[in-house]
Design a protein around this ligand. Structure first.
Ligand code: ZN
Ligand code: ZN
Length: 188
């Protein structure tokens, strides 16, 4: 109680300011400054570690190869610059997005096939499944049935529309034309 009474008395504050002033200046010069520097360093280290983790997590979502994920994480151990370089060279898309887009394309192709459309194997443009020739690149897509002229797939061995047997071209050239229908040759 006696100390507080002395500090409040006139003349007391003057001596108190005189005593605290040099102490504060001394503190800023030494312990406060070193504390601030320590805090900044701590902050930078925390941000660096967070960047390393972020690089690892981001690489896992964009890169399938575990080896490359390891390389990206190792590069990010180089403070800040490693992560910046990773951000420049990283794949632009997430693996999930790539997968989703592939599924969408497959679904779109399936829809086209269901509607009777398909893509030309030569020029990848739209044709119909009953086209004999691609209207865009003019290449042959299918052969017509020799009996009913419906389009046939190259690997079909019989026409599904008229049951005409498809004889392979090379074999057909070798065999006589009406061999199947002809009766056995008279022996005499
Ligand atoms: Zn074509
Ligand atoms: Zn036919």
């Amino acid at each position: 109680m006696g100390g507080l009474a002395r500090a409040v008395t006139p003349g007391g504050p003057g001596t108190l300011a005189h005593a605290v002033g040099p102490l504060a200046v001394f503190g800023i010069n030494d312990s406060s400054l070193s504390l601030a520097v320590s805090l900044v360093i701590l902050f930078l280290v925390v941000v660096w570690l967070a960047l390393v983790y972020w690089t690892y997590a981001d690489a896992r979502r964009r890169v399938a190869d575990p080896m490359l994920i390891g390389c990206a994480t190792a590069a990010s151990l180089f403070p800040y610059v490693g992560t910046v370089i990773y951000m420049i060279v990283r794949p632009p898309e997430y693996l999930d997005d790539v997968h989703e887009r592939e599924l969408e394309m497959q679904a779109a192709e399936a829809r086209l096939a269901q509607a009777g459309f398909q893509l030309c194997p030569h020029c990848d443009r739209e044709t119909r499944e009953d086209y004999l020739r691609c209207p865009h690149c003019l290449r042959k897509l299918k052969d017509p049935c020799p009996n009913c002229a419906k389009p046939l797939e190259p690997n079909w061995r019989i026409c599904p529309f008229c049951e005409h047997e498809i004889v392979p071209l090379t074999a057909a050239a070798r065999r006589p034309r009406r061999r199947r229908e002809s009766a056995p040759e008279p022996t005499s």
